[in-house]
Design a protein around this ligand. Structure first.
Ligand code: FAD
Ligand code: SF4
Length: 328
């Protein structure tokens, strides 16, 4: 069995220093938030790790702070605390609903927002030791194999779906991502943060391995903004989205003035549906608009042999999410 050591970081600076030290010493290391994904990966042998840098003792990255222009959420906030924040639930409901939809209460009590966004793919091949692109190999086993839960947008050469529930909500809210590492801090837009397999088949985001996600910045939504997160699963609870959608709408009475529509469970990154966003702008939000938006959401989909069921699911998810927001 591989020897494993643990470093308890008490601040982001200590975590960065520990990462630099392990990297310089040639040790394989990983940051651990709640450990709900990482520890299983270590047990299964998917993650080869010599040093765990435990972020749970860190106290400077789990708060929510707001000013007039933005809300900053520390990456180490637990999903339970995120889901329960009353101010966020009022102004950015899509995010609290997404956090509340993850896994189980027990997992949400320890799982962090940063860990949720940076969790590795749950493709069966990757999680069972196949040397595919995500494991440093040079092929994808799912493309001609089991691909029921894989991408219908943006796939190739890996066809994973991005597994995070909070990521589509963050992208719909136009989040920026604060990252810290040995070379300093940087803030990345969603377009810079998430990467398609065509850009880098081994990774889901553009952070270097010595960098960690410190938090997210959300611009203050316009006054008449409404939002929701709609998730379809293959069973009642405890699992990732088969398909999901994060919807953020700026409204003027019943008219949509601006729309943000981001799909989850269907692409290797949270997938902005730009066609639907354009279509919705200026429309009255009613059942007919919701139905047309749902149909439009799959216009450019490219399903694999075994995941065509995601097409009607995606349409229905978009339609139902919009119906939730129809003014009373
Ligand atoms: C039964 C079960 C059901 C699940 N259902 C869902 C679900 O419905 N929806 C969903 O989205 N997820 C689900 N998950 C996946 C996962 O447990 C959660 O996403 C959880 O939020 C991960 O957070 P964590 O803090 O425990 O991450 P960890 O396990 O600590 O870390 C996850 C990954 O992120 C890296 N990491 C952690 N923190 C940082 C950081 N600050 N910066 C950079 N990298 C970091 C780790 O090295 C690791 O690779 C499920 C997991 C299980 C076991
Ligand atoms: S979809 Fe991605 S994770 Fe799954 S086998 Fe293909 S390359 Fe590996």
């Amino acid at each position: 069995m591989r020897a494993l050591s643990n470093i308890n970081a008490r601040s982001i600076a200590e975590a960065v220093a520990a990462a630099r030290q392990a990297n310089d010493a040639g040790q394989a290391f990983a940051f651990s938030g709640g450990g709900t994904d990482l520890l299983q990966q270590i047990k299964d042998g998917t993650a080869a790790v010599d040093v765990i840098i435990n972020l749970r003792p860190v106290t400077d990255a789990s708060q929510i702070t707001s000013n007039q222009t933005e809300t900053v959420i520390g990456g180490l906030i637990t999903l339970t605390d995120l889901a329960a924040d009353a101010t966020l639930a009022q102004r950015m409901r899509v995010l609290t609903e997404a956090a509340a939809s993850v896994a189980t209460p027990q997992i949400r009590n320890v799982a962090t927002l940063a860990g949720n966004v940076t969790q590795r793919p749950w493709c069966w091949y990757y999680r069972n030791g196949f040397q595919c692109f995500k494991a440093g190999g040079d092929q994808c086993y799912s493309v001609n194999g089991e691909n029921q839960q894989h991408a219908i947008f943006g796939g190739g050469p890996s066809f994973i779906v991005h597994p995070s529930d909070t990521a589509p909500a963050l992208v719909a809210l136009r989040a920026a991502f604060d990252v810290a590492g040995p070379s300093g801090n940087r803030t990345l837009s969603a377009e810079e943060f998430f990467v398609l397999p065509s850009q880098n088949p081994a990774r889901e985001n553009s952070m270097l391995n010595t960098e960690l996600l410190v938090g997210v910045r959300l611009p203050t939504p316009a006054e008449n903004t409404v939002s929701t997160y709609f998730k379809v699963m293959d069973r009642e609870a405890w699992t990732h989205a088969e398909v999901s959608v994060a919807v953020v709408l700026e409204m003027s009475a019943a008219t949509i003035t601006s729309a943000s529509i981001v799909l989850g469970g269907v692409a290797p990154i949270p997938w902005r549906s730009l066609e639907v966003e354009r279509f919705l702008s200026g429309k009255t939000l009613d059942a007919a608009t919701a139905q047309q938006a749902g149909a439009m959401a799959i216009a450019n989909a490219q399903p694999l042999a075994k995941n065509r069921h995601k097409l009607p699911m995606t349409s229905a998810a978009v339609e139902r999410a919009l119906l939730r927001l129809v003014p009373a």
